[in-house]
Design a protein around this ligand. Structure first.
Ligand code: FAD
Length: 283
């Protein structure tokens, strides 16, 4: 069992990992080997102490080097569920599940708002995870809404299973190919069904389907953890980055504005210290 699982490889998660490493804790950092798309995207950062006018790509390299020098590796994957087991947590990530005494959510924020019907039909035709649920749609027709190029690999996997894929990229330059793949450039407006999903309504029409995959680089925190106190899409935390669930902490953009590197790094550090305090108090 891990002392802590950090979910998210942006500045908040990286900062938490560096602090837990320094405190000699046994932890897992789950996210992307290329860290966070938001680090890379910044053209020039002017408010990060000590690094004036640093480019996003340069900052990303600095973070990667710092992790390597600290002997911290990233476990690649997307977490689809965190389960409070009463005293410890179960964390589901693709085909793997892990157990940990504490969890830090450092998942950032997704700019794309949930579509009406998305949470209502979660587990009844709506899925966030190709690896977990793809096989359920073998030979079927699915709609795949993809919010970033980084998630295309999951869409490709789905196209290897489904009979028909209506692919809806919400970004420019999508590259998914396949004889069973049909592109639809439109905005999903609602997911509609009865006991399970039947169709997706778009601005300019609708598509009947057996299932809908919403491939996002960050899920709404409340979709990840049942019973988590969230407001306006942000996790509610106190000054020690504690959530309403004992042993569960949150840091960075996912706790609210300002969306800034320095705030994310600061909260990652605070959350890691709170994890250590929590573990010490439980001993
Ligand atoms: C174009 C642009 C320019 C910016 N410029 C500046 C600037 O100049 N100065 C400044 O201070 N800030 C700037 N920002 C804001 C800054 O990028 C964010 O505030 C910062 O990256 C937040 O860090 P974070 O760790 O909270 O989240 P993120 O950087 O968003 O990282 C979260 C990570 O968690 C991963 N993740 C999410 N859900 C899961 C899951 N379920 N399982 C596994 N991994 C998951 C995501 O894929 C992502 O990699 C800019 C942002 C953008 C987009």
């Amino acid at each position: 069992m891990f002392d802590c699982i950090i979910i998210g490889t942006g500045p908040a998660g990286i900062s938490a990992a560096l602090t837990l490493k320094a405190r000699g804790r046994n932890f897992l950092l789950i996210g992307s080997a290329s860290l966070s798309g938001k680090i890379n995207a910044a053209e020039e950062v002017n408010n990060y102490p000590g690094l004036p006018a640093v480019g996003g790509a340069q900052l990303k390299e600095a973070f990667i080097n710092h992790l390597e020098q600290s002997d911290i590796s990233v476990t690649p994957g997307q977490v689809t569920g965190v389960y409070d087991m009463g005293g410890y947590f179960g964390v589901l990530c693709g085909d793997n599940s892990y157990e940990s005494k504490t969890v830090i959510l450092a998942t950032g924020v997704e700019a794309v708002k949930p579509v009406p019907g998305e949470s209502e039909f979660l587990g009844r035709g709506v899925s966030y995870c190709a690896t977990c649920d793809g096989l359920l749609y073998k030979g079927k027709k699915i709609v795949v809404v993809c919010t970033s190029a980084a998630m295309e690999e999951e869409a490709e996997y789905l196209s290897s299973l489904a009979a028909e894929v209506v692919f809806v990229p919400l970004y420019k330059g999508a590259r998914l190919k396949g004889e069973n793949v049909r592109y639809l450039v439109d905005m999903p407006r609602a997911i509609v069904g009865d006991t399970r999903v039947r169709k997706v309504v778009f601005s300019k029409g609708e598509e009947e389907c057996d299932g809908v995959f919403m491939l996002k680089s960050a899920l709404a925190p409340s979709a990840l953890v049942a019973g988590l106190n969230a407001e306006g899409g942000h996790v509610v935390v106190d000054r020690a980055c504690r959530t309403n669930i004992a042993g569960l902490f949150a840091a960075g953009d996912c706790t609210g504005r300002p969306y800034q590197y320095a705030k994310a790094v600061g909260e990652g550090n605070v959350a890691a210290h709170s994890v250590c305090d929590y573990l010490a108090a439980k001993k």
